[in-house]
Design a protein around this ligand. Structure first.
Ligand SMILES: [Zn+2]
Length: 308
């Protein structure tokens, strides 16, 4: 009997697996290293081998996969982080699994994370969810009426690359300048802090360090350090601008902030809300902006949701 769902969250450094029952209860999880050599040719065979080691294929109802790139109708359009070009995951996995009865579904990792939070996390009970994952970069996810928003090119919900800044012109990994990710990700926070340290003569504990993390800046901001607070305030103003524009486009039920930076918690939400309401008035008087709750597991939960 087919009683398990496998969620596979493929990242540039590791592949995370989750074994779920049909109700979406996580029974087991593990991970393997991502081997990106030879144009990423070894990734799918390694995924299949790892699943076979853990679960009898005849017991698997479906495998959901999240990948860090645009996905349209279960086909990866391209994926720089995995050295992948276009890949039809359903066809390739069915060939590797030798079992066409296993359902295969794929989605963009950030969209899938938003779905995971809707399925079992902070957005449970909602059907229209917008999620920003603030890490080294910014992942954007949108679920509209329960469906992942892929768009016509698979580039729907690339919220981290919406342009919000014309002042600093920090370069983005995508080749543009001024993307949200350049000013509100962990990397963006560090860039803003370094600039503020140069522009201002104010004392700051940050001046003690040759290099520092975004977490350091957040911690000092919470302690009231002027430069750190100015930096986080500015980063969250940019994020609020992005969220306000998406809110006035979609008017979602809930907006989630996830990723490493989100560990700062309510401190960030308060700063975002301060600007958000200025920017959405008079149309939005009450918004539901929350911290995501599943952490690194949001992806595998979302992959399981794809099979539901
Ligand atoms: Zn960009």
């Amino acid at each position: 009997m087919r009683k398990y769902i496998i969620g596979v969250d493929v990242g540039g450094t590791s592949v995370k697996f989750g074994k779920f029952d049909l109700e979406g209860i996580l029974l087991d999880k593990w991970s393997i290293r991502t081997d990106r050599s030879d144009k990423g040719e070894h990734i799918l065979p390694a995924i299949v081998a790892s699943i076979k080691e853990t679960v009898d294929l005849k017991e698997i109802k479906g495998i959901g996969i999240g990948v860090p790139g645009p996905v349209k109708d279960n086909v990866v359009v391209h994926c720089v982080n995995l050295n992948w070009g276009r890949r039809d995951l359903v066809q390739e996995l069915h060939l590797l699994l030798q079992d066409k009865d296993i359902i295969i579904r794929a989605g963009n990792d950030a969209n899938v994370a938003a779905a995971g939070e809707m399925y079992k996390g902070a957005a449970r009970g909602y059907r229209t969810v917008v999620m920003y994952t603030l890490g080294t970069g910014i992942g954007g996810g949108i679920v509209l009426n329960g469906e992942l928003m892929e768009g016509v090119n698979g580039a729907g919900a690339e919220l981290g690359h919406t342009i919000v800044d014309f002042r600093h012109n920090f370069p983005c990994n995508c080749g543009k300048k001024g993307c949200l990710e350049t000013v509100a990700s962990a990397t963006g926070i560090i860039s803003l802090a370094k600039e503020n340290l140069i522009r201002s003569k104010a004392k700051s504990p940050l001046r003690r360090y040759e290099s520092f993390s975004a977490k350091k800046v957040i911690d000092y901001a919470k302690e009231g350090d002027f430069i750190s607070l100015k930096t986080i305030d500015e980063a969250m103003k940019y994020l609020a601008l992005a969220i306000a524009n998406v809110s006035l486009t979609l008017d979602p039920e809930i907006i989630l902030i996830g990723g490493g930076v989100s560990h700062a918690g309510q401190f960030l939400i308060d700063l975002i809300e301060k600007y958000f309401y200025q920017m959405t008035d008079p149309f939005i008087k009450q918004a539901n902006i929350q911290i995501a709750s599943l952490g690194n597991d949001a992806g595998i939960y979302g992959c399981a949701y794809l099979i539901q």
